[in-house]
Design a protein around this ligand. Structure first.
Ligand code: FMN
Length: 147
């Protein structure tokens, strides 16, 4: 069975809500999944997993959430060739750089050699109102990875 890690960063809790929903879908299908806050993980730990899911909201003007900033920088030292990856995050389309954090993390994962297996999930506004989209996204990942 594939080993999956979901790493999230959050300031006001929305990304955690999404991350727990995704974790729940994986667990329902008996997948081997670990949920971790970015502050509790080192970039090098990602190499222990087959599927890496990063969840990060966009703050400032198109920036990563605070706790993800140093993590993303330090990712430049790791090799993720052969790994599958996916990114998600909440945002607000009234900002110029809507869900830019998802794009930043996808670019970083690709530069580490990981393969993005699904389009990043960008949720606009209230995450609770978009739970169906989050669930469907997680289910698609499970189908793609045959997890
Ligand atoms: C000061 C501020 C700046 C923000 N900047 C952006 C932004 O540039 N792009 C975006 O899509 N959303 C932006 N947002 C919206 C947040 O990403 C959104 O509230 C998100 O749900 C927060 O996630 P969290 O609860 O996991 O921290 C911003 C929100 C605030 C309050």
């Amino acid at each position: 069975m594939k080993k999956t890690i979901i790493v999230y960063g959050t300031t006001t809790g929305n990304t955690l809500v999404m991350a727990e929903e995704i974790e729940g879908i994986f667990k329902e299908q008996n997948a081997d999944v670990k949920l971790a806050e970015v502050t509790d993980v080192q970039p090098g730990d990602l190499a222990d997993y087959d599927l890496i899911i990063l969840g990060c909201p966009t703050w400032g003007e198109g920036e990563l959430q605070d706790d993800f900033i140093s993590f993303e920088k330090e990712m430049n030292k790791i090799d993720l060739k052969g790994k599958q990856a996916a990114c998600f995050g909440p945002g607000d389309s009234s900002y110029v750089f809507f869900c830019e954090a998802v794009d930043i993390l996808e670019a970083r994962l690709e530069s580490c050699g990981a393969k993005m297996i699904i389009e990043g999930l960008k949720i606009d506004g209230d995450v609770d109102e978009h739970m169906d989209a989050t669930r469907e996204w997680a289910e698609k990942i499970l189908a793609i990875t045959d997890n």
